[in-house]
Design a protein around this ligand. Structure first.
Ligand code: GRG
Length: 296
């Protein structure tokens, strides 16, 4: 199957699943509206696709992974909603529409972000069919992987470094460290989650751990390249912000061509891991290729 078609099909499956299940009879209506605005009907849902494609490589049915992949997209959306706040990246646009705090106000930007994070975990934990299918031991593994990726040594810590190092002279290792913490660990996590549901062996998990981190590094490097090469209309968010905010990026150190070369080398390293695996990971390989060739 064409990978763009696969990604789009998954995005529809996830959106439909979120649409069906994100209703809360006791919650304030405006909070629910904001929460749904933050996750349904926008974004590539690439983390969901990574989870589904990995699960499928281990023989798990896509339908059985929708609550996990949907929850992961909610958690990812929390990070975007908070990242857009004036105190962070301060962006009025996201996914081609007003960012959540612009549409619903600053307090709701914080609270709907919080809600996406908490309800993202509840989304799969409250699915009793999914929990029975996976079993408690794997469920704990999945929770640990997601929480590690979001932790002070993961996304939250990475975001702090990203802010602290604005406008400061940085070297490549410092930048790569931010990329790994802020972004790559939460690209790696859905891959590992899909593999755990599928009963991956320890050695397979180790390979996918390395692959996932490399694919995640590629993801953030591509994001930085897009920021300087694509207009806002294509990105669906404000372009050129890294330069404006003096962000620590590889582009700042190596320029566009040097950065592209680093990304391609990392992709090749990632691809080699999959090529040497006993199992076929063709969709996952295609998704990694999409990550480095995408236009938004
Ligand atoms: C913990 C208070 C608090 C806030 C968290 C950590 C954080 C705020 C934000 C960091 C998240 C971030 C913006 C990481 C960069 C990763 C990135 C390039 C995200 C864009 O992901 P895409 O392209 O977006 O997959 P779509 O819209 O397609 O889902």
């Amino acid at each position: 199957m064409d990978i763009i078609q696969y990604i789009n099909e998954n995005a529809v499956l996830i959106d439909n699943h979120l649409e069906q299940r994100l209703h809360f009879s006791e919650a304030p209506a405006r909070l629910v509206e904001a929460l749904r605005y933050g996750v349904i009907g926008g974004g590539k849902k690439i983390r969901a696709s990574l989870c589904l494609a990995t699960g499928e490589a281990f023989g798990v049915k896509r339908e059985d992974l929708l609550s996990l992949a949907g929850g992961i997209e909610m958690i990812h959306s929390f990070s975007l909603v908070h990242d857009d706040l004036p105190e962070m990246d301060n962006d009025d646009y996201r996914r081609g529409k007003f960012s959540l705090h612009k549409a619903f106000g600053g307090a709701m930007g914080i609270l709907a972000g919080d809600a996406l994070l908490v309800e993202g975990f509840r989304f799969f934990l409250s699915d009793s069919y999914f929990c029975r299918l996976v079993g408690n031991s794997k469920l704990v593994q999945i929770l640990n992987i997601l929480l590690d990726a979001l932790s002070v040594e993961g996304m939250v810590g990475g975001q702090v470094l990203d802010i602290d190092l604005e406008g400061i002279e940085v070297d490549e290792e410092q930048v790569m460290n931010i990329y790994r913490m802020k972004t790559a660990r939460f690209i790696q996590a859905p891959i590992l989650c899909g593999a755990i549901v599928g009963g991956a062996k320890k050695s397979e998990l180790q390979d996918l751990e390395r692959f996932g981190l490399l694919a995640g590094e590629c993801f953030q490097i591509k994001d930085d390249l897009l920021d300087v090469t694509q207009p806002s209309e294509v990105l669906g968010k404000t372009a050129g912000k890294d330069l404006q905010q003096e962000k620590a990026t590889l582009v700042k150190i190596h320029g566009i061509h040097g950065t592209q070369e680093i990304m391609e080398n990392l992709f090749q390293e990632a691809e080699t891991i999959l090529n040497q695996a006993d199992r076929s990971f063709s969709l996952l390989r295609e998704l990694a290729h999409f990550i480095i060739t995408r236009h938004h």
